[in-house]
Write a protein that binds this ligand. Structure first.
Ligand code: T4K
Length: 397
């Protein structure tokens, strides 16, 4: 139902548009019966982890799905990134975009390396060769580009650049499972790509992730670093860890993989509807996934132009939160603004990252966004735009 008066908005004391909190997404999960049957198998075998049959099967299926020679399943993408940086045998510094989730940068720190922040293109949100060139120095041994929001950062261009400079390249593809670049699945670019299978990702194992690579030697190292189980041929590595995925995670993954196309289709439908409605609202703009021939539409990103919309990004978030729409502002306030990185963040001009950190908002999408709920969110955005100036004044009153 439309809000007809200022006091109909929940933030002004009215009734919330949604009965309960709607999270940002993705939260696709197998059917209960399939889940029970899959878990019964695990219990019948009394084999719960250590590279069991389900993890082995999932790795084979993911190799096929991603079109890559090796997939090493891991407990989550953060650990996967740390393992991959370690396996690459890097030294010194690694260039990483400042506009990313903190894990991309923390993995570099955990691997005993020093991050070098690089700004991003304000339109695509990705690092570019031009931006890397502004910060690179001879102590840089790798770049760590991030494929964000179900888009890519033009992996061929960045790989070509890294090869010419003779440095390593590891892609953080946490957001880009099921994404195609120039008609082919991402997964095989650079030295390796790391995917996240967190519940907020389109392909989920609850917690989880994988490292994908076409490099045989790197794959052997990674399997040895992950643990002795599933290590294959022994190969000398300096550090080992426990990055194992459990059978429970793999079971969920195998079931979700059967449905991945329908999940992406659903996301695409939700994205298209938001786009249609929001394109008519002054001061709000949906960001199309960039650098892809096929996106997973995992995130719905909105740029808020305060001057035109009448409310700031943060004020809009507060109004939506009161209505039970749990929009997010990833990655505010920005990893480069964390205390431990303040010194190194001074070394680069990160103005585009700052701009994005202060104007972007992610709307709910994924499994829980039914057509009825989406209609309510769209109507709410229309209503907020009509009352934005009054809401702004009212909130301050
Ligand atoms: N690189 C990049 C670029 C990344 O974005 C990430 C992670 C990584 C690397 C590292 O990947 P992992 O090590 O996590 O595999 C989320 C995720 O925890 C994180 O995976 C993700 N990126 C990051 C962007 O977002 P939060 O803080 O938003 O999660 P949380 O728990 O607040 O969940 C979001 C909403 O969903 C909440 O309203 C609660 C709701 N929710 C959440 C879960 C987990 C549910 O309703 N059910 C659930 O099971 O971080």
């Amino acid at each position: 139902m439309s809000k007809l008066n200022l006091h109909d908005f929940a933030i002004m004391g009215g009734q919330a548009a949604l009965k309960s909190k709607l999270p940002v997404g993705q939260l696709y999960w197998p059917e209960w019966d399939e889940y029970v049957a899959g878990f019964k198998g695990i219990f019948d075998r009394d084999y719960f982890t250590n590279q069991g049959p389900l993890v082995q099967e999932l790795e084979l299926r993911l190799q096929d799905y991603l079109g890559v020679k090796h997939v090493i399943c891991v407990v989550n993408a953060t650990v996967g990134l740390i393992m991959a940086l370690e396996a690459l045998g890097l030294k010194g510094k690694v260039v990483v975009p400042s506009f990313t989730f903190i894990a991309s940068v923390q993995a570099i720190t955990w691997a005993g390396l020093t991050p070098v922040f690089c700004d991003v293109d304000p339109r695509t949100h990705s690092m570019t060769v031009e931006q890397i060139e502004k910060v690179i120095d001879p102590n840089v041994s790798a770049i760590l580009p991030v494929n964000l929001w179900g888009g890519t950062c033009l992996p061929d261009v960045l790989e070509d650049y890294a090869r010419k400079r003779n440095i390593s390249i590891l892609f953080d593809s946490a957001h880009s499972f099921g994404v195609e670049y120039q008609g082919e699945s991402v997964g095989g670019w650079g030295d390796a790509e790391v995917f996240s299978f967190h519940a907020t990702k389109v392909f989920s194992t609850g917690e989880g992730g994988c490292i994908a690579t076409n490099n045989d030697l790197l794959a052997k190292k990674l399997r040895n670093i992950r643990s002795s189980y599933g290590a294959g041929e022994p190969i000398e590595v300096i550090k080992t860890s426990n990055g194992r995925m459990s059978e429970a995670q793999a079971c969920i993954g195998l079931l979700n993989l059967q449905r991945i196309d329908s999940y992406i289709q659903n996301n695409k439908k939700i994205f298209a509807k938001y786009n249609e409605i929001i394109s008519k609202i002054k001061g709000l703009k949906i960001v199309e996934p960039s650098g892809v021939s096929h996106s997973n539409y995992q995130y719905v990103n909105l740029v808020v132009d305060e001057g035109k919309f009448g409310l700031s990004r943060d004020a809009l978030m507060a109004v939506l939160a009161a209505e039970n729409v749990d929009a997010r502002r990833y990655f505010y306030p920005g990893v480069h603004n964390s205390n431990q990185y303040l010194e190194i963040s001074k070394l680069a001009d990160l103005r585009n990252t700052e701009l994005l950190n202060n104007t972007l908002i992610q709307l709910p999408t994924g499994a829980l966004v039914t057509p009825t709920l989406q209609d309510k969110i769209c109507q709410l955005l229309i209503d907020i735009s009509e009352f934005s100036v009054k809401l702004n004044a009212g909130r301050g009153a």
